[in-house]
Write a protein that binds this ligand. Structure first.
Ligand SMILES: Nc1c(/N=C/[C@@H](O)[C@H](O)[C@H](O)COP(=O)(O)O)[nH]c(=O)[nH]c1=O
Length: 363
């Protein structure tokens, strides 16, 4: 088999573990000796063994003289586990094939150098684009220290998220709504505005047939109007954070949330600036953020240019009505030049709907 084939298998392990390794990247490794796979492994949880460790444990003595395929440059620094580059050298592998170098500027290339200095043959860049695509959120976080923002939209063909009477359940099909729970599973946090809490009283938990991971539920709530009896305050099904402004510090309302076990995060400013919110969430280690809106929140992310990816579920429905809520409210962009330009990654039919995944075009 070719290098690409074995790297593709390592990338299958990445696909399978996406989201559960946060704030670390998802990484896969495959060890091959004389044309036979003798070991494979994936990083499963931040703080646990790296993919190479699992694969080399499985390979045992067969590792000597073998080739290891790994989707990310083996680490060379002592983090929570000893450096994998050292381990690969100790196990006397002959060859290392890497998809992509570490995005962290402080360590990028050091693992490769260690391996080459030890006399191993190293090949870099096999299926690099695919590997970078899977870990685009991690790479974004390393670069910006803010979460990679995916915005979910569930709209009719004419872009409405509710009728003019506010009816919205359900616009998209069961299959789409099920799929959007998989999105929740793979995100560290899900963000909505207080308006959606009041209007929808959503649970925002991941409800799949096989239990999924619940994202942390983040509510942007300038005036702390999230009701006590809201599901995401009372159901104790998942963590809930409320982000508000500094002037709420010590207020009766804030004390109420403390008493209910809800974490309240305070912005320094007296207004809710999305870039400040993202910086704060980044400080708390949120690498992937799913924004499920309300039109006002969607608009604030749009105008502050803080959207990296869109997942849109579009139902074959025309709702019409100038008063019917569209997915984006507020002021929007004045000129087409300022509109969020996207590159479409995938279009698929899902139930009776269309699902579009697109990423913000980098300038
Ligand atoms: N109206 C629709 C959606 N609506 C999405 C949000 O407005 C809801 O508040 C949120 O999904 C409720 O979260 P829950 O309580 O955890 O179920 N989302 C969809 O995919 N299709 C729709 O037709």
């Amino acid at each position: 088999m070719s290098d690409k084939k074995y790297m593709s298998l390592a990338l299958d392990l990445v696909k399978g573990t996406l989201g559960q390794t946060s704030p670390n990247p998802a990484v896969g490794a495959v060890v091959v000796k004389n044309g036979r796979i003798v070991g494979m492994g994936a990083h499963l949880k931040a703080g646990d063994a790296h993919a190479e460790v699992h694969a080399l444990n499985m390979a045992g003595s067969e590792a000597e003289g073998a080739t290891i395929y790994v989707t990310l440059e083996p680490c060379s620094h002592y983090g929570k586990t000893p450096p994998c580059a050292e381990l690969i050298i100790q196990k006397k592998l002959a060859r290392v094939v890497i998809a992509t170098t570490d995005p962290n500027p402080f360590v990028s290339g050091q693992g490769i150098k260690k391996l080459e200095d030890a006399g191993l043959e190293v090949k870099v860049g096999v299926l690099q684009e695919e590997s970078d695509h899977y870990n685009r959120a991690f790479f974004h976080f390393i670069k910006t220290k803010t979460p990679f923002v995916t915005m979910k939209m569930a709209v009719s063909l004419d872009g409405k998220m509710a009728t003019n009477t506010g009816e919205s359940k359900w616009i998209t099909s069961e299959a789409s709504r099920h799929d959007s729970h998989r999105l929740r599973h793979s995100h560290d946090a899900i963000l909505i505005g207080a308006g959606t809490v009041v209007a929808d009283d959503p649970a925002l938990t991941t409800r799949l047939e096989t239990p999924g991971k619940h994202p942390i539920r983040v509510v942007l709530d300038h005036h702390l109007r999230t009701p006590n009896e809201a599901k995401l305050i009372n159901d104790k099904a998942a963590e809930t954070w409320i982000v508000t402004t500094g002037e709420q510090r010590g207020s009766e309302k804030a004390k109420r949330f403390d008493a209910l076990g809800v974490k309240v995060l305070y912005l320094d400013s007296h207004r809710i600036d999305i870039s400040d919110v993202l910086k704060l969430l980044g400080e708390y280690g949120i690498v992937t953020l799913l924004v499920e809106g309300g039109p006002t929140i969607q608009d604030s992310f749009l105008r502050s240019k803080n959207i990296q990816q869109i997942v849109a579920y579009i139902a074959p429905l025309i709702i019409g009505g100038e008063k019917a809520l569209s997915a984006f409210g507020g002021l929007g962009m004045n000129s087409l030049a300022d509109a969020l330009a996207l590159d479409i990654d995938k279009v698929a039919e899902i139930g009776k709907d269309i699902k579009i995944i697109a990423h913000a075009r980098s300038d």
